[in-house]
Design a protein around this ligand. Structure first.
Ligand SMILES: Nc1ncnc2c1ncn2[C@@H]1O[C@H](COP(=O)(O)OP(=O)(O)O)[C@@H](O)[C@H]1O
Ligand SMILES: [Mg+2]
Length: 372
């Protein structure tokens, strides 16, 4: 039996020798830190074997082992060490191969997580890469959609602005050349030119607003305001139009806490909804605006008596330049009102939707109250 005290010394010297070798090993690993994991694993294996051997050498110097025993132990440790090294090399190769599979997957056009079983860390990396590629694809899609709508807008501008401009020019030329001379027609032309100019101004203004929305340049300056005030303003701004058409206009807001919105922008969105409702409601019909503030969202609905929007059109009414069949007459709107309304509502982190209901359709705006 070896005395306990000797055993302590053996442990002490063996640990010391192992620490020296481990220190050297760490130094080598530091130098090789840019190299393949396979190489680094071999270094780890070699350092482990060397640490063991150095321990044996140290204690044999202490004369605890005789020559015979030392040779036997060294042989066993060397054999075990060689096997361990071989295992390290094998493991290193597998890691390298797994990594290569991942690299190949990344190089492909569309990342697909490799079907082979990867080590946990690489599998996690693979999942993250998959998610990142998903986000990239979504961003690309969004950009393409934006580009398409931009192209649409340009096509729209060239068509819808040119037509009224051509009309204006024709009328101005007729007046200039005195082709029309009777006072009645001249007056009618002047009035027409004014109306068309106003409409074009509105269109250009809408176009500007829409381009700001699309560019994400809509800066909201929010302030606290009662929902009732917003609805009252929308009613006040459209009352004349309703009266001229013989449409009844009703605003109805329940008591509630104030909302924090950009009153100018949101007022514009509501006005667009109300103007549409009045335009599509026959005389003697009713347009009703209802507002209410719940615990976590405010809701404004605009209901009309338009007779319902065709089912095919329903999902498209908020698209840029979309106009229903009946609205595609010259002098009608440009199909920007609802796209603008949606842009403004979404800039407020809200949602806008439409559904057919009762004698007409109902547009609904929901605005979150939390986090604003
Ligand atoms: N209140 C409504 N009732 C029925 N149809 C509507 C209503 N509001 C919008 N629409 C349909 O949606 C289309 C797009 O509306 P909008 O973007 O405001 O453009 P515009 O009013 O210039 O036509 C309209 O042309 C119409 O077909
Ligand atoms: Mg409109």
């Amino acid at each position: 039996m070896i005395p306990f005290e000797d055993l302590l010394w053996v442990g002490y010297y063996a640990a010391l020798a192992a620490l020296v070798v481990a220190g050297l090993g760490l130094g080598v690993l530091h130098v090789l830190r840019g190299r393949s994991v396979a190489t680094q694993l071999v270094v780890v294996g070699a350092a482990t074997v060397l640490a063991t051997i150095s321990g044996i050498v140290v204690i044999s110097l202490m004369m605890i082992l005789n020559d015979h025993d030392r040779t036997v132990v060294l042989a066993v440790v060397t054999a075990a060490g060689l096997v361990a090294m071989a295992v390290s090399v094998l493991l290193g190769r597998r890691l390298v191969a797994a990594n290569r599979v991942l690299v190949e997957a990344v190089r492909a056009d569309r990342f697909r997580p490799p079907a082979v079983r990867l080590p946990a860390e690489l599998a996690e990396l693979s999942r993250e890469l998959d998610a990142a590629y998903g986000r990239l694809a979504a961003a690309h899609e969004r950009e393409q959609a934006l580009e398409a709508s931009r192209r649409e807008l340009v096509a729209w501008v060239s068509h819808d602005l040119r037509t009224p401009l051509a009309g204006l020019r024709a009328m101005a030329e007729a007046l200039e050349d005195e082709v029309v001379a009777d006072a009645g027609t001249v007056h009618r032309y002047h009035a027409r030119i004014r109306v068309e100019t106003e409409r074009l101004t509105e269109m250009v203004d809408d176009l500007f607003e829409l381009s700001r929305i699309h560019a994400g340049a809509l800066r909201l300056s929010r302030r606290r305001v009662a929902l009732a005030e917003l609805v009252e303003e929308a009613v006040a701004g459209t009352e004349a139009l309703a009266r001229a058409k013989g449409v009844r206009l009703r605003g109805d807001v329940a008591e509630g806490p104030p909302v924090r919105v950009d009153t100018g922008e949101l007022g514009r969105a509501l006005r667009n909804l109300v103007v549409n409702a009045i335009r599509h409601t026959p005389g003697d019909g009713t347009v009703q605006i209802v507002g209410e503030v719940g615990p976590d969202e405010a809701r404004v609905t605009v209901s009309d008596a338009c007779g319902g929007i065709p089912a095919d059109d329903l999902p498209r009414v908020f698209e840029v330049a979309f106009r229903g069949e009946a609205a595609r007459t010259p002098g009608g709107g440009a199909g920007l009102g609802l796209a603008i309304a949606r842009g403004i509502v979404e800039a407020h982190a809200g949602r806008i939707s439409v559904a057919n209901e009762g004698p007409g359709c109902r547009f609904e705006v929901r605005l979150p109250l939390t986090g604003v």
